[in-house]
Design a protein around this ligand. Structure first.
Ligand code: BDR
Ligand code: CA
Length: 311
């Protein structure tokens, strides 16, 4: 039986690749896509998610719009990385599929109550506002979640939006604190691992060479967003962050990490949104996350190429 998942997202080119990977994988049943404000404002993330579903030939996928701003802070966006639309790199038509009427948070609550307990996995690849709002409004859903596999945070790589914070956590640290403290089995894909999944030239050209529209679209997206990271890090390509979560569900053996304590900084101006990961286990704080540190990057891109080729 396919594993039931919900992707919570702010597309974003790397979010788009994560959605494509899920849609291309028969091991996963995508119950819905919940959108949130993040890389770009909500209106655009909700539009981009539908563009991606249509590109994949899956217009029946249910897409929900959720929270348009963080719990307590002003929204910070990342057009400097993802472009004005959030999906810059290739011109794609506006979606014709409809956005669902239901609010994303209501969908999360209703679905987790309706599905058998322990059978739905959440994959947040964006600021955690929708998930935290659902937890606050309906705490009864928390023990019903099978697992959360999220992209966010960093320890060895420290930060990408500030010197000490990763974007998804920084945008809504209060939401992240709620999610990391909820007691749900939690797997975290921090920058420490995503910075090892680089879009090298050979990998991008392999996508571009695929027949059909999807592979070339993935190549155009990575061409666009990698300019920023290559310049910043001097690396051979950009980190393909968000698809790491879906790849982990498909082939967990590609990844390795540690069960550790991770706390979120919500007070300090200087280190706001820092994920304080006790990688070396120097405190007595109990483990609350499986914090991933390494990936077999060749295996990851081979999986991605194989699945994107099916669309
Ligand atoms: C995360 O921030 C976003 O810009 C990406 O989509 C990813 O989810 C990386 O820090
Ligand atoms: Ca994202």
């Amino acid at each position: 039986m396919a594993r039931k998942i919900i992707i919570d997202t702010d597309p974003g080119q790397d979010d788009a690749v994560a959605i494509l990977l899920a849609l291309a994988s028969p091991e996963l049943e995508l119950l819905g896509i919940t959108c949130v404000a993040g890389n770009v404002p909500l209106e655009l993330t909700a539009k981009n998610a539908r563009i991606v579903c249509e590109l994949a030939g899956r217009p029946e996928t249910r897409v929900f719009a959720g929270c348009d701003r963080p719990l307590r802070r002003k929204l910070v966006t990342a057009e400097h990385v993802h472009g004005k639309t959030g999906l810059d790199g290739i011109a794609l038509s506006d979606p014709t599929m409809k956005l669902q009427d239901q609010h994303a948070v209501d969908f999360l609550i209703e679905t987790l109550r309706a599905e058998p307990a322990g059978t739905v996995t959440l994959c947040p690849i964006a600021p955690l506002t929708n998930i935290a709002t659902a937890f606050e409004r309906a705490p009864d859903i928390i023990p019903r979640i099978q697992e959360i596999v999220l992209m966010g945070g960093a320890y060895f790589e420290v930060g990408n939006i500030t010197p000490t914070a990763e974007f998804n956590i920084y945008v809504d640290p209060e939401a992240a604190k709620i999610v990391f403290g909820a007691g749900v089995p939690l797997t975290v894909m921090p920058l420490d691992v995503t910075h090892k999944a680089l879009t090298t030239r050979a990998r991008v050209e392999a996508f571009r060479a695929l027949p059909g529209r999807v592979g070339p679209a993935v190549a155009s997206w990575t061409d666009f967003f990698e300019r920023f990271d290559k310049e910043k890090y001097g690396s051979d390509g950009a980190p393909l962050h968000d698809p790491c979560t879906i790849a982990y569900l498909l082939q967990p053996e590609l990844f390795s990490g540690r069960e550790i304590n991770v706390e979120i900084e919500t007070v300090s101006d200087l280190t706001l949104g820092m994920s304080v990961a006790d990688w070396w286990r120097v405190t007595d704080r109990p483990a609350n996350a499986r914090f991933i540190g390494d990936v077999d990057a060749e295996g990851f891109f081979a999986l991605l190429l194989d699945r994107i080729a099916r669309l």
